[in-house]
Design a protein around this ligand. Structure first.
Ligand code: PLP
Ligand code: COI
Length: 341
C-alpha cells in the first residue's frame, strides 16, 4: 500500500484531513448501522445540544506501525469503556463497545496510507467523539446523537519534543469535587482554554492544577496525568476522584511494577512533596511521557533534579518500555495490542 507524501518526521500535533471517517447516528432510541464517509464536515441544527449546552465528549488513541510492519492500536477497549462511562454521565446514549472497536478497525483500515511508518516517531491519532446533534432549547439532553471517529497523523504534542517542560501551578481550578473531572467531556477542555492561554503567555508549556477543595494536592494538567519518581526510585501517581483516569498512566504503573520491578504508589500527592521528587512527567496518549523540568508555584520555583536537558533515567526506562510495547519491540501484556493490519 502506498503511503501519502508526508514529511512524517516533521509532523506536529495538528489536524490534517484524511480520506475517510466513521459516522453513526442515534435516533428513535437506537444507533443506526454506521458507515465510513468522505465528508469531513458536520451539518447540524443551530439548536443542537452540543452547540447550546456543550453536550459532547471525546476520546484519543493512537495507531502505530510496529517494527515488524503491522498496524496496531493500544488498549482501545479502555477508550471505548471510558467513553461509555462519560456518555452516561452526560446523559448521552453510550456507543456500544464492540461497535467502537469495529469502527476503529474500519477507520484505520480505510486510512492506512496515513499511518506513519515505523521509525519516524510519528503516529496516527484517532479521535472518536459523540455529541447531541438533535435540537433542544430548554436545558435538557438532546433527542438525537452523532458518533464520529476520524484520524490524523501527528508528531509530538509539545513543540519542545521530549525536552523537559516548564509548568506553572494554575490559579484556576480544573474540576470540582463531585463534578465532571473524571470524564472526558468537552466542557472540561473549554474551561481550560483560558488558564492554558495564561500559562502559554507566561512561557509555561502547561498548567499543574491543584484539587479544587483544598488547593494543596496535585491533580493533573489540562490534558495529561502526572507521574513522579522518588529519590529511592518509587513511581508515584496522584490519586483523585476529579482527574481523568489516564490509560497511559494505568499502563505505566503496570509496566513499572511488572517489567521494571519498581515500587508503585497511587496516592494523594501534596504540592509540598513535589520538591522532594527526583523526576516527574506528564503522561497521556498525546503527551506519551513528557518530562517536567520545573514547576513555578506562588512560593517559588521547583527545579527537579533531572534538569532541563533530558528525561530522568527512570522516566526514560518507563518511556522506552511503554513505547517498546506499542511498537512491537517488547512483548505486550495479554490484550493490550489490537492488530488492525
Ligand atoms: N488527563 C486529561 C485531562 C486528558 O485529556 C488526557 C488525555 O486523554 C489524559 C489525562 C491522559 O489520558 P490517556 O492516557 O488515556 O490518553
Ligand atoms: C489525548 O491525549 O488523547 C488527549 O485527548 C489530550 C488532549 C489534550 C489532546
Amino acid at each position: 500500500m502506498d503511503k501519502k507524501q508526508i514529511d512524517w518526521g516533521s509532523l506536529e500535533f495538528k489536524y490534517i484531513k484524511t480520506d475517510s471517517r466513521y459516522v453513526s447516528y442515534y435516533k428513535d432510541n437506537q444507533w443506526d448501522a454506521g458507515a465510513m464517509v468522505e465528508d469531513a464536515n458536520v451539518c447540524i441544527s443551530e439548536s443542537a445540544g452540543v452547540l447550546q449546552y456543550a453536550q459532547t465528549c471525546f476520546e484519543g488513541l493512537k495507531a502505530y506501525t510496529t517494527v515488524d510492519n503491522r498496524v496496531v492500536t493500544f488498549r482501545p477497549d479502555l477508550n471505548a469503556m471510558r467513553m461509555y462511562e462519560t456518555a452516561d454521565r452526560l446523559l448521552m446514549p453510550p456507543f456500544p463497545i464492540d461497535r467502537f472497536l469495529d469502527a476503529l478497525d474500519k477507520l484505520v483500515t480505510a486510512n492506512l496510507a496515513y499511518v506513519p511508518p515505523y521509525g519516524t516517531g510519528a503516529s496516527l491519532y484517532i479521535r472518536p467523539f459523540l455529541f447531541g446533534s438533535g435540537a433542544v432549547i430548554g436545558v435538557a439532553p438532546a433527542p438525537e446523537y452523532t458518533f464520529r471517529m476520524f484520524c490524523t497523523p501527528v508528531g509530538p504534542y509539545f513543540k519542545s519534543g521530549i525536552k523537559p517542560l516548564k509548568l506553572q501551578v494554575s490559579d484556576y481550578d480544573r474540576a470540582a469535587p463531585r463534578g465532571t473531572g473524571h470524564i472526558k467531556g468537552g466542557l472540561n477542555y473549554a474551561m481550560s482554554l483560558y488558564p492554558g492561554h495564561d500559562a502559554h503567555k507566561k512561557g509555561f508549556a502547561e498548567n499543574l492544577y491543584l484539587d479544587a477543595a483544598t488547593h494543596s494536592f496535585v491533580e493533573e494538567t489540562g490534558g495529561a496525568n502526572f507521574i513522579f519518581i522518588t529519590k529511592d526510585n518509587k513511581v508515584v501517581t496522584p490519586k483523585s476522584s476529579t482527574i481523568l483516569p489516564s490509560i497511559t498512566r494505568r499502563s505505566l504503573m503496570y509496566v513499572a511494577k511488572e517489567y521494571l520491578n519498581l515500587e508503585t504508589e497511587e496516592r494523594e500527592v501534596p504540592l509540598s512533596e513535589v520538591s522532594e521528587f527526583a523526576e516527574g512527567g506528564l503522561c497521556g496518549t498525546a503527551a506519551v511521557i513528557s518530562p517536567i523540568g520545573s514547576i513555578t508555584t506562588k512560593d517559588g520555583v521547583i527545579n527537579l533534579p533531572s534538569g532541563m536537558e533530558k528525561m530522568g533515567p527512570i522516566t526514560q526506562k518507563l518511556y522506552d518500555t511503554l513505547t517498546g510495547i506499542q511498537l512491537g519491540k517488547i512483548e505486550a501484556p495479554e490484550g493490550w495490542i489490537r492488530t488492525i493490519a
